[in-house]
Design a protein around this ligand. Structure first.
Ligand code: HXC
Ligand code: NAP
Length: 283
């Protein structure tokens, strides 16, 4: 459904773009003609993945090492991207930290780590780039990768839930305030998509993985290209009237969790038969 060159002439910065879903999005953006900067903490991995992505797509990738919790490093990232590519059209706030734990066991430092990466990191990147766009009279688009529990909350990942809720609020707030500058901001709420980073920390056993899969009406986890295509669309000019939105891509997981009577999935056909016979017997 995507035409070649959909993202031609776009320069996109993807935090956490050297692994997992970030890398998959970058690959798709490159296939569609974008030039991309990938930024996270480990330079060696970024350089290796940048070379592999260039080789696979023929595109151009700038690797840049930073911790998104450091606002000065965020400035240096955008300086480097502007110096290399001449300007920036889009930002994907994808870098994240997360782990599972009963909340009462968490230290202040554990909360700070996740809030720092997810919420403060997204704020620093968005504000720094937004200021530059506004000063230059340039339009742009920001896409943040949230989670399905950003709106509902969730136990056992409370720092992440709090931080992602903030990111969604940032998205909606600035979509209102910065629309007049031609800046669009949207977010994506992915259901489970297997990645090393998420699975190693959040789905530690096959039994736990199965619990998650069983809650997805479409009966499977997400495929990376599905999320990468949605992100490409939202960044592209084809989505030019979409802003302030949170788009779910979760196989129906969050609707299922919210639907009170979906517990009736556990009722076997013979019980439905018996209930029907009773009802008919009542006339
Ligand atoms: C409890 C933990 C912890 C854990 C670290 N901490 N891991 N607390 N349970 N598993 C605490 C530490 O004790 C410390 O607190 C504080 O957190 C900071 O730890 P550091 O190791 O110094 O942190 P740092 O190097 O900054 O690492 C950040 C991190 C780490 C978040 C802790 O996991 C990381 O680098 N993650 C990046 C990748 C990632 O998480 N990807 C998954 C994204 S998936 P004290 O008090 O001792 O200082 C996602 C949604 C998935 O977001 C949804 C799936 C359906
Ligand atoms: P991932 O591979 O672990 O991605 C996290 C990325 O963030 C890594 O590249 C990591 O690189 C980078 N990062 C972490 N801390 C950073 C920091 N302080 N500064 C800069 N970069 C940092 O996991 P993923 O599953 O692909 O997650 C990608 C995004 O999707 C996240 O926003 C996550 O919340 C979201 N998400 C994932 C799922 C899923 O099922 N996979 C579901 C819902 C939402 P370094 O460690 O090298 O810094």
């Amino acid at each position: 459904m995507f035409r070649d060159g959909l993202l031609a002439d776009k320069v996109v910065v993807v935090t956490g773009g050297g692994s997992g879903l970030g890398r998959s999005m970058v690959e798709r953006f490159l296939q569609l003609g974008a030039r991309v900067a990938i930024a996270s903490r480990r330079l060696e991995r970024l350089e290796r993945e940048a070379a592999a992505l260039e080789e696979a797509t023929g595109g151009e990738v700038l690797p840049f090492a930073l911790d998104v919790r450091d606002p000065e490093a965020v400035k240096a990232l955008f300086d480097a991207v502007e110096a290399r590519f001449g300007g920036i059209d889009a930002l994907v706030n994808n870098a994240a930290g997360n782990f599972i734990s009963p909340t009462e066991r968490l230290t202040p430092g554990a909360f700070d780590a996740v809030l720092g990466i997810v919420l403060h990191g997204s704020v620093y990147c968005t504000l720094e780039l937004g200021r530059r766009w506004i000063a230059a009279g340039r339009s742009g688009t920001v896409l943040s990768i949230a989670t399905t529990y950003a709106e509902t909350g969730s136990g056992y990942v409370v720092p992440s839930a709090v931080a992602k809720a903030g990111v969604v609020s940032l998205t909606r707030s600035l979509a209102g305030e910065w629309g007049k500058y031609g800046i669009r901001l949207n977010a994506i709420a992915p259901g489970p998509f297997p990645t090393e980073g998420a699975w190693s920390r959040l789905m530690p056993t096959p039994e736990i993985q199965k619990l998650f899969e069983d809650r997805i009406p479409l009966g499977r986890v997400g495929r990376h290209e599905e999320l990468a295509n949605l992100a490409s669309f939202l960044l592209s000019d084809e989505a030019s009237f979409i802003t302030g939105d949170l788009v779910y891509i979760d196989g129906g997981e969050h609707s299922y969790g919210a639907g009170e009577f979906n517990v009736l999935d556990a009722v076997p056909p013979e019980v439905w038969d018996a209930l029907e016979a009773q009802r008919k017997g009542r006339g």
